[in-house]
Design a protein around this ligand. Sequence first.
Ligand code: 3PG
Length: 210
Amino acid sequence: MTFAMAGLLDRAPVIPVLTLERVEDAVPLGKALLAGGLPVIEITLRSAAALDAARAMIQALPDALVGLGTVLDRAQLHAAAEIGAAFAVSPGASAGLLQAAQAEDMPPLLPGAATAGEVMTLREAGYRDMKFFPAEVAGGIAWLKAVQPVFPDCRFCPTGGVSAERAPDYLSLDNVACVGGSWIAPSAAIRRGAWEEIEQRARAAAGVKK
Ligand code: 3PG
């Protein structure tokens, strides 16, 4: 069986990766990202407010495809399913998490890989769409070019250290479906409620050619 992200990686060139400290930021932030043209949104499970914030965004913004990120174990994957997340993202993969992801009613998982061995493990488990994390320190564009002829059937979403300046170079690669990153909505900008600024960054990111 092949686990596809069901076209999620093709919806926009950039997935904004968000860490939310306050639940009340979720809806205005989601609106800004949607207005800027980025409908696929990842909320990381790195804050106490993350789950409630994701739930609020999902309920208020049906046009957004909101996933949970930094999913490390079965319990967190189940939480993603419970709140109706459109997808889940993990920085790497464990046998337990991959097994849990096979159960019915689980959201599609975008598992992380950073070595050829990890890509092989994910391929064997049926994955072809993967997060490449942490992209910049794990080899960046050179790594992606090197693995392309080895795994021509795999597509990556490089995340971790990708910036507005680097995104076009990543997106020019055939094996990059989209990129992820926090630069569109950094925590400081969220804290300030800088929704217009975030919308502008989203618009610029959405306009990068894949
Ligand atoms: C992630 O969780 O995917 C990354 O931490 C996002 O990386 P960035 O903050 O370097 O964009």
